[in-house]
Ligand binder design. Sequence first.
Ligand code: MHO
Length: 248
Amino acid sequence: MVFLQSRGNLLIFLLLTTCVIDKAQCIRIPDRISEPARDPPSQQPLKTAVFALGSFWRSESVFGCLNGVVRTTVGYAGGSKSNPEYRSLADHAESVQVEYDPRLISFKQLLEVFWSSHDSRQVFGQGPDVGSQYRSIIFTNGTEESRMAAISKEREQTKSRSSIVTTQIQQLGTFYPAEPEHQKFELKQNPFFLQLIGNLPEEELERSSLATKLNGYAAELCPPRVQKQIDAKINDIMRKGWPILREL
Ligand code: MHO
């Protein structure tokens, strides 16, 4: 046994020596085993913004389709409870986290979408949904964003003095991602779209930029031009009979 072992060691030693002398015989071991890239390099560096504007199912769809938005995640923010859940979110608000490429879309443009996508003057709810979990909040990430948010709120208020804009502006604390069943909710209502992108497993679906866009499309909340563009792409796929949509 000892003999066999030392013969093995000798073999390895000989192999390594030949390998050093003649590099061509070496098995190449990469210097570093890198993780597969999550985002293509053109999408770096991304920025993150968080907003609350009513039911997060809808909020996620509102932002998902914008050019420059790479990924959306729904969750809970703005409250003090640790690890909130849908059935016990306490003082948190339903929120959406938007990852975006600042070279393609700015925080200021996201603010415009925020204001035009809900009624910031509704008290204690949004649309048919009643409760403080549906309140309107702009979460900020430092003084510059707080300043931009405050200016945009003032502008919104000047549009009419007959009621008060209830939107809160607050520094983002922890954003707690919501349970999987709430992510890409609108997309999940449509099995055909899920099939179209290859029935991705949940974790992939949550990270997918394509699913982010289609989630907006499924709710018909994309800007009209984008909505039409996606219509055309889907029609094309159906005509060709090739069922997988890879990109938009
Ligand atoms: N109106 C919605 C609210 C859902 S939400 C994610 C409903 O159908 O219950 O809070």
